[in-house]
Unconditional design. Structure first.
Length: 172
């Protein structure tokens, strides 16, 4: 009894495709499962880009178990084509790829800056160690000048206040 109610309701209320195309929506409507009545804009995009008959042909070419995914892809491409009529979704992919390449270049630049800063720090610490060894009155100890307190091997800069005491923060 419940399935008859759904079938009756569907014949009384056309799917978005049939409503937009102003045709009768029956129980054999191929578009009804993918374009319910409340999704008019979704079908309008698809219809504007591909046309209803082409959408039906595309859906029929795909095996039933994959039709839902195929319709999602058709809708995605239709929306992309409305935003970018020349490149569609390929334009969005290209733009994202370009952004990734730019971010990779920025990351490499930052890594180089960090390495340069570490090298300058190590040079300054070396100079300070030489000054310390020449001045026996200096209260500094050699443990404060360990070179492995900072590391970028894993792409991060790590500071260990136990290895490099807070009293020596003025050196950096």
């Amino acid at each position: 009894m419940g399935s008859q109610m759904v079938l009756r309701a569907r014949t009384l209320q056309p799917c978005a495709a049939c409503k937009l195309l102003r045709r009768r929506c029956d129980s054999n409507c191929l578009l009804a499962p993918y374009f319910p009545q409340d999704e008019m804009e979704k079908f309008a995009c698809v219809h504007k880009v591909f046309g209803a008959s082409n959408v039906i042909k595309m859906i029929q070419m795909v095996e039933e178990t994959k039709r839902d995914d195929a319709v999602k892809a058709i809708v995605y491409e239709a929306k992309a084509r409305l935003r970018d009529p020349v490149y569609g979704s390929a334009g969005a992919t290209f733009h994202l790829h370009k952004m990734v390449e730019e971010l990779k270049a920025q990351l490499e630049s930052i890594k180089t800056q960090v390495r340069d800063s570490q090298e300058r720090r190590n040079q300054l610490l070396g100079i300070l160690m030489n000054v310390h060894h020449q001045d026996p009155v200096s209260p500094l100890n050699d443990a404060m000048f360990a070179y492995d307190d900072f590391s970028i091997d894993d792409g991060t800069l790590a500071y260990d206040p136990v290895k490099f005491p807070v009293e020596c923060d003025w050196i950096l």
